[in-house]
Design a binder for this molecule. Structure first.
Ligand code: DGY
Length: 364
């Protein structure tokens, strides 16, 4: 693969498919990611806490002095704290807590570009107070997350994972008329809590399954939009009482923390399923475990957890729950788009332009 210089690797990566990129990374662990600016350019210092593919990182690496965490596991907080001093840009993951302590260690920081649409990991007020821009990656993961939400509804309703396990274990020995029954999805009422981009994309998909659609949101949509989307506004209690599937799409904030707790779970139908592809702490997970164990609701499809990646002990023993490792946006296409968007935001912030997805223009 050439002489092994960084640009050489980047050029190879541009031509390469994803699997080859993995090979290149492994072949070139000695590569120095600190790249030099072109003559006349001033290279700024950037910390990237996740392992980005070469072609996604190239626009950054070609112009700036980039330190990248090259492992797939999250960068340890103490390593971030000890590396961030002197950095002008930080491209962080949703697993990194960016708070006052971290920001105080990086007085030269201009921008924090989050690799993700949810930014509850970042204290935006603390960043604004220090004149640091914050960006996220909205839009590009909407379809992938809505697809996965639909998949979770189908999987938990029709018992796909249990059926797969049963078959693999050699237990499928006969067909029978009342064997492995699940719950129909078509025609069932879906309650969407949080009708933003992803909630809206889910509503469009669910309409294809003839599901009556309720929604609850901080702001009610204009009547024409409700009609166009085929959704009906409901207060949370009504939505919980009437829905066969309740899907959560609100951002995590102080207001939404434990928005679904013991009382809300008791309000749901005993035949209903709870789906969470938003953020774990919007659900009181201990209360959810009790509700599932007591048969207060029929099941749950979870992609996120209150103390991620840890599960509330007991969840893993339940047959009526599907547990995924926070993979709502995990498609090759989407993660590439997210990386490219985070890099674009970061470059704009470093160059003193307003980044396309700036969350705190006040910081400017
Ligand atoms: C996000 O972008 O907030 C997602 O949770 C990451 O998949």
């Amino acid at each position: 693969m050439g002489t092994g210089g960084f640009d050489d690797a980047i050029n190879h990566c541009r031509l390469a498919e994803f699997p080859l990129w993995i090979e290149i990374v492994e072949d070139t662990v000695i590569l120095d990611w600190h790249c030099t600016a072109r003559p006349g350019e001033i290279a700024l210092k950037v910390l990237v806490t996740g392992n980005l593919p070469a072609e996604i990182a190239a626009p950054l690496i070609n112009h700036h002095d980039v330190t990248m965490h090259r492992e797939d596991r999250p960068m340890a907080r103490e390593d971030i704290l000890s590396s961030v001093g002197g950095m002008h840009g930080l491209l962080c993951m949703i697993t990194d807590r960016v708070d006052g302590e971290l920001l105080d260690k990086a007085p030269d920081l201009r921008i924090v570009a989050n690799f993700g649409v949810g930014f509850n990991n970042i204290d935006v007020d603390a960043a604004t107070a220090r004149g640091v821009m914050v960006t996220n990656t909205p839009g590009v993961l909407t379809d992938a997350t809505a697809d996965l939400t639909m998949a979770l509804m189908l999987a938990v309703g029709r018992r796909l994972v249990a059926g797969d396990r049963h078959t693999r274990e050699g237990k499928y020995q006969f067909w029978a008329p009342y064997y492995f029954l699940g719950h129909e999805i078509s025609g069932k009422t879906l309650g969407i809590v949080g009708l933003g981009r992803i909630g809206t994309a889910l509503a469009r998909r669910a309409a294809g399954f003839n599901m009556p659609l309720l929604y609850h949101n901080r702001h009610r949509l204009p009547r024409e939009k409700e009609q166009a989307l085929g959704v009906r506004f409901a207060d949370l209690k009504t939505l919980l009482q009437q829905s066969d599937f309740v899907s959560l799409h609100m951002p995590l904030s102080q207001e939404t923390h434990h928005m679904i707790g013991a009382r809300e779970l008791r309000t749901m139908k005993s035949s209903a399923f709870l789906i969470n592809t938003a953020r774990g702490p919007v659900v009181d997970e201990a209360a959810l475990l009790l509700a599932l164990q007591a048969g207060q609701i029929a099941g749950a499809g979870l992609d996120v957890y209150e103390n991620e990646p840890a599960l509330t002990p007991g969840l893993e023993t339940l047959e009526n729950v599907i547990l995924l490792p926070h993979m709502g946006s995990a498609t090759e296409e989407t993660r590439r788009r997210m990386g490219a968007m985070a890099v674009e935001n970061l470059l704009a912030g470093l160059e003193g332009r307003t980044p396309p997805n700036c969350l705190n223009e006040d910081a400017l």
